[in-house]
Design a binder for this molecule. Sequence first.
Ligand code: ADP
Ligand code: MG
Length: 719
Amino acid sequence: MTSTGTTPMHTTDTTVRASDYFGALTFSGDVMLKHLAPDVCETLRRTMNHGLPLDPAAANAVATAMKDWALEHGVTHYSHWFQPLTGLTAEKHDAFLSPTGDNGALEKFSGDALIRGEPDASSFPSGGIRDTYEARGYTAWDATSPVFIMRGGNGQGTLCIPTVFVSWTGEALDKKTPLLRSIHAVTSQAMRVLRIFGTDAGVSSVFSTLGCEQEYFLVDRELFHERLDLSVCGRTMVGAAPPKGQQLEDHYFGAIPDRVLAFMADAERRLFELGVPVKTRHNEVAPGQYEIAPTFENANVAVDHQMLTMQVLRQTARAHGFECLLHEKPFAKVNGSGKHINWSLSTDTGANLLDPRDETHTNMQFLVFLCAAIRAVDVHAGLLRASIASAHNDHRLGANEAPPAIMSVYLGDMLTDILDQLEQGKPRSTAKGGALDLGARSVPSIPRHASDRNRTSPFAFTGNKFEFRAVGASQAVAWPSTVVNTIVAESLDVIATELERRLTERPTAEQLEQAVRSVLQDVVKRHRRVCFDGNGYSAAWHKEAAKRGLPNYPSTAEALKELVSKRAEHLFASYGVLTPRELHARHEIQVEQYCKIVQIEGRTLSTMVHTQILPAAMRAQGELAEICIATERAGTRVPEAKAALRMVAGHVKALRTAVAALDSALAREVPDLEKRMQHCRKSVMGAIERVRSAADELERRVPADIWPLPTYAQMLLMR
Ligand code: ADP
Ligand code: MG
């Protein structure tokens, strides 16, 4: 790769410990202690930990302290930071500065400005909830997520206040509001289960935990800007496979290139300052592909931190002469990028409710949470699929690399064995992994897990948490997390209700065990069909899944209807997560987004073909024709050159035909939204694929000095 000579934002000073600056740009911990009077600090802490309201006097004191702290960092503006339905984050900056009327000015920030904002709600997608003449919307401070200072590429900082975003009517216009509601739903149902088991002593709350692994590609910034498709769509719309892709499997976990490592260290430093506990970094499977993963946190904070992670990766990459691609499938023929969201439930006393512990077969409480998750995925497989549906993710799901589009649960041998035992009666044993004798004397034997791993499963139990692997790399994780929380809340509710019905006020341990066993037996019998430990890529599984009645939606255009099924409406309304109107609004926005993305991709491709690829191909054709004429005029016959000319001319013709078909598919106006989505999926996407294959044929035949676009080999392999 060419070096751009851009200076990195930070140089890594190895004498400074990360723990010294961790969270330095968040208003929490020591910063709070230093800037607030002890009683205000205590009030704020209660608000942050339990979401209790802050009285106006305390709010003013907190706002003033935040402003003073921000000014110390050279920050001039503050912003309510929220997650509208665009899937991105939004911010509107206001200066602290207020004129005093005598040609002077003061820096001010009031409690009211901290707690509430009023952005224009009509300019964000609302799915019909708000019209242009009904503009009023509010942002409201979510004190359970820390306030932070975000720096732009030029070092300019803004005080960012995490907020929810709602309409004047009270309806949610963002992704955080339903997330918070879903966390409340799942944690209150989980508390109910703990009460049944009598394990709630000392536990004042349960929260859902989330750890999001993020995959991404890095490409050289100069090459990125030479490609309209990457700049506009985030993915390559054409590009022949490089001679070497990922066949040799030599990139995964390989040594990280120096320039990439410098970028990673810089991004991590910036994330540490923002209090994001990033932990893991490595090369991913495809050339040019990498991963970053944090330590898990409570789901609300983890979701905010995930949004920040994407932002920081993009920003830091630019300072290092790279562009960070978060698209699900930036390059054809090598792996795409996903985001694995690791999910569990934890008590505030630190107990992970999905920890099976050693004698798992006796751990009935764990089995309740496990079976609730299995039931949830089975009952709502379609909704779960729809929660990760997007035009981008369609290239990945079911494309023989990432998890298939069929939602299933991987359990592993140990838990499968326990479910077998449970189905037949009383579970009596837990299979142990034993030890692995490595046969090399100098290496001690190592303990072996009781279950293998399965990379092909979309929803896998991985030791003490579930890992939802079908989420797309660029996706905001709030929505799929909301869905997981809500469907598990419902299953816990169903199981708890059944247990409460069967049990007396003070059951004996024996009665409790028997009731749980019989309820779970029923759940396992009904819902086990969703469990599958085999190869999720195989054709055999597709057949088997169909036999089991599991839904299989290969694309967004088929999956999205699940969002507005009667079952989904009832689910979200029952747990107060989304009203039917809020749900339908989200559906409409997703359908529109799908159509817009496909149309933008189509137009981008058409532009590239007409203005870059066809002209280059014609030049190549002209050169070949001149060679043929000149050589024959000189008295030598050139049948091979003529054949090459015929071949190029043939591909040019094919490309012209394909792009004409694309242009006419794009020109067709389809007013009905649902029909427009089907048109985009079938006609536009189909035409895009045909244009691509004709263009890729030409790329292999047009001289390199004429080909107008950086190639896959340049973007992926050279550095
Ligand atoms: P792998 O790639 O093998 O799945 P990683 O270590 O890259 O593993 O990522 C695992 C992720 O799961 C990390 O973000 C980790 O913090 C998270 N995680 C671990 N335990 C929990 C839990 N109880 N709840 C939620 N996430 C968890
Ligand atoms: Mg993982």
